[in-house]
Structure formats: C-alpha cells, structure tokens
Design a protein around this ligand. Structure first.
Ligand SMILES: Cc1cc2nc3c(=O)[nH]c(=O)nc-3n(C[C@H](O)[C@H](O)[C@H](O)COP(=O)(O)O)c2cc1C
Length: 190
C-alpha cells in the first residue's frame, strides 16, 4: 500500500522529522511502501488564485508541485508532519496545501459529470508538534488539514499530536511517545 509521507519542517533532524520516522516505521511494519518527501527542499510556489484550474482541474503553475499531484492521487495513505508555527502548519506545508486547490477543482469537475467516487481507502493523517501546551494549540492545523485532505479526495483518518516539544532532540528523547507513534502508524494502515 503506497504511503506518501510529507515533512513540513524546515529543521533537519528536528522534532517533526523524528515523529514522522516513528509513525512511518509503524506504517512500514503494517505493509506500507513509504515515500518520504521534504516539502522544504522543493520549490512549491504559493497559489495565485488565478482560476487556471477552475475549468481543467490542473494547476497552470509548473514547479515541483507538478510531480506531486499524480503521487497524491495514487497514494492510499498520506501523512503530513509539521511543527506548529503560529497555531498552524508551516508556510512550506501551507503552500503545498493551497496548491491542492487544483485537486479540489478536479473533484468538482468530476462531480459535475457524475464521475466522482469517494475512495474510502484513501486516508490522510496529521502529525504535529508544538512547544506549548495550550488547549487550542492544534486547532488551526487540524482544521486546515481536514479541509486539505477533503480537497485531495482523502478522508481524514486522524492525527498524532505532541505538546511541550520545542528544542531539537526533545522528541527523540521521548521514547515512550515514539513507541505510541509507531503503534499509531500501524493503526493508520488499517
Ligand atoms: C516561527 C515559529 C512559530 C512557532 N509558533 C508556535 C506556536 O504558535 N505554538 C507553539 O506551541 N509552538 C510554536 N513554535 C515552536 C515549534 O512548534 C517547536 O519548536 C517545534 O518543536 C519545532 O519542530 P521541528 O523541530 O520539527 O521544526 C514556533 C516556532 C517557530 C520557529
């Protein structure tokens, strides 16, 4: 089963990356074929709201996002990992999400022709880490990703969110949480 793992943190070896590794380890154990993509190493321009995708379902902007569209559509599971930056996913991850507007247009056009079918086997997940412990610290990111996966045509399968993680190395030091994350990864494949 094809798994697309998207890393939204600009910090190499950072907390989101360690969390993503644990979750994808579990997904691999459960039979997933994981492809990990560092969004921060790609050139993904922000959406221009040019309306170019309205009638075609395809984005007119040609950059590294172009090669990602078919990989999104072919995946059975997508897992996006991001640190919380100002109560949401990072700007790099958000640029990726905004460019999924083309997939929303594609879905709308297929619906209009009666050719859209929700595939219940396509599920998306959010992994996030935050320095603080506020009750609402993940609200922005979870809401954003629920609608992002909806645009991609994926069901929101759930999340794994860790509070109180800030400096590089803190996630790696939390072996208990990482074990839970690995277990969550196995569950995400069900
Ligand atoms: C620009 C910026 C904004 C941040 N905003 C928040 C925030 O709103 N809430 C929070 O709890 N932590 C915030 N943080 C802390 C990060 O979420 C935290 O350091 C996280 O562990 C970084 O994960 P990483 O190593 O994967 O990049 C922010 C950090 C930066 C650099």
């Amino acid at each position: 089963m094809q798994v697309l793992a998207l890393l939204g943190s600009p910090r190499k070896g950072g907390n989101s990356e360690v969390l993503l590794e644990a979750v994808t380890r579990g997904m691999t154990q459960a039979g997933g074929r994981v492809e990990t993509i560092r969004l921060c190493e790609l050139k993904i321009n922000p959406c221009l709201n040019c309306g170019g995708c309205d009638s075609t379902g395809e984005c007119v902007v040609k950059d590294d996002m172009t090669a990602l569209y078919p990989r999104i559509l072919a995946a059975r599971r997508i897992v996006l990992a991001s640190p919380i930056f100002f109560y949401n996913i990072t700007a790099q991850a958000k640029a990726f999400v905004d460019r999924c507007q083309a997939l929303w247009s594609r879905q709308r056009l297929l619906r209009a022709k009666g050719e859209w079918q929700q595939d219940p086997g396509q599920k998306g997940f959010l992994l996030a880490v935050a320095a603080t412990r506020g009750a609402k610290v993940f609200d922005g990111a979870t809401l954003c990703m629920k609608y992002a996966y909806d645009a991609m045509g994926f069901l929101y399968g759930g999340d794994f969110l860790v509070k109180g993680i800030d400096r590089k190395g803190e996630m790696a030091a939390n072996t208990m949480k990482l074990k839970e994350a690995e277990e969550a990864g196995r569950r995400f494949m069900a």
